[in-house]
Design a binder for this molecule. Structure first.
Ligand code: 1CP
Length: 347
């Protein structure tokens, strides 16, 4: 098959059309492991960066210039949504995020500034539009948002955590409040993702980074209905939605209920098992991000082996090569280059 252009290849894989080889992009491909990103951050705070279309385009384009990638992801963060709701999100130097106003009872939810929140998120669609103009059709573009439970987890905890106990307690102690908060987050996210698509995103990904903390019953009860509030209106408009659930291997049997076009698989999911269960979905993933710290040879071997698996099961279509979670900040750019070169060599 003739060599395809990056965006053409990315769209073909999303639509289940033939591809010369699987397209590749990497979660957190723009970020702290890249020197140019660190340079930008010396001069701009994190929110300042997110609000500047020129800077977000610059950091989103840098990995495209360095590596043979097929798509860009708009530079932003999942916590723009709680920030737009007035929760006061800050990123301290070298620490995780902090939220000034945690959700712990009904009065906190009543104080969320829902009105005008979608408009306050307009800077993210501006970033998509600016990136679209700069790329001029060369690469695919992904928009994204946090999935409702992952956002709820940060809202209740007031920052990062390993187990997000506050949110898991709330689901059972204040179920009605949790459901209302999830629905509020979902409805805002649906509008926000539609705006990203209208601005030029080819697909959007929901990051449920903490969804894997829940068992199947709770995921079905709380997360799936909230995700469907997002995916139903988007898919009715022909938008394509991908869902990433970190640590969600036990949830795989029920994820089909989320009404998405595809799944981004955590590295612990067996590709063949996922494909057998979901023959028609787009599957994306799922190399262990740790491989990128292990050197070029292991990266190339694992990449070649994953492409073989993709081709055996699907002739390679409806498959997007990626990591099973984001690039670690200590990753050497050379191994990222090796990964992308290896994928390109399979054309
Ligand atoms: O410069 C800095 O110090 C900030 C580091 C950073 C970066 C580079 C943060 C703060 N966010 C981002 C960008 C980002 N975040 C992107 C775009 C970059 C790209 O992919 O190329 C994306 C898609 C995200 C998504 C995101 N933010 C997720 C979901 C994906 C995942 O990694 O699981 C999550 C959980 C966040 C929250 C967040 N934002 C930033 C940090 C350090 C964190 C983790 C907080 C924690 O729980 O400790």
């Amino acid at each position: 098959m003739l060599e395809m252009e990056p965006r053409e290849r990315f769209l073909a894989a999303l639509n289940g059309a033939p591809v010369d080889r699987p397209p590749v992009w990497l979660m957190r491909q723009a970020g702290r492991y890249l020197p140019d990103y660190r340079e930008v951050r010396k001069h701009a705070g994190f929110w300042e960066l997110c609000h500047s279309p020129e800077l977000t385009t610059r950091v989103a384009q840098e990995p495209l210039a360095r590596f043979k990638l097929d798509a860009a992801i708009v530079f932003s963060d999942i916590l723009v949504v709680p920030e737009a709701l007035g929760l006061g999100v800050t990123f301290g130097a070298g620490e995780g995020p902090q939220l000034a106003h945690r959700l712990s009872g009904p009065a906190d939810l009543a104080a969320w500034k829902v009105e005008g929140a979608a408009q306050r998120l307009g800077f993210v669609s501006d970033a998509v539009r600016h990136l679209k103009g700069a790329l001029n059709g060369s690469h695919g573009i992904l928009g994204f948002a946090g999935a409702p439970f992952t956002l709820l987890a940060y809202c209740t905890e007031g920052g990062g955590s390993d187990d997000f106990l506050e949110a898991r307690v709330m689901l059972h102690q204040q179920s009605a409040l949790a459901e209302r908060a999830l629905a509020t987050l979902a409805d805002l996210t649906a509008e926000y993702l539609e705006a990203q698509c209208a601005a030029g995103a080819d697909t959007v990904q929901l990051f449920d980074t903490w969804g894997g903390l829940l068992d199947r019953e709770d995921y079905m009860r709380f997360c799936v209905p909230a995700i469907r509030r997002i995916t139903e209106p988007l898919r009715a408009k022909g938008r394509k939605v991908l869902l990433f659930v970190r640590g969600g291997q036990h949830l795989l049997p029920v994820l089909g209920e989320a009404n998405v076009d595809g799944f981004s698989l955590d590295w612990r999911v067996d590709w063949r098992e996922a494909r057998t269960r979901y023959p028609r979905h787009v599957l994306q993933g799922n190399l262990d991000p740790a491989l990128l710290l292990a050197g070029e040879a292991p990266v190339r071997a694992a990449t070649a082996s994953l492409i073989r698996t993709m081709r055996e099961a699907d002739h390679g279509t409806r498959c997007i090569l990626n990591l099973g979670h984001g690039i670690h900040k200590d990753t050497p750019p050379q191994t990222v280059a090796a990964l992308c070169d290896e994928v390109a060599a399979h054309g």
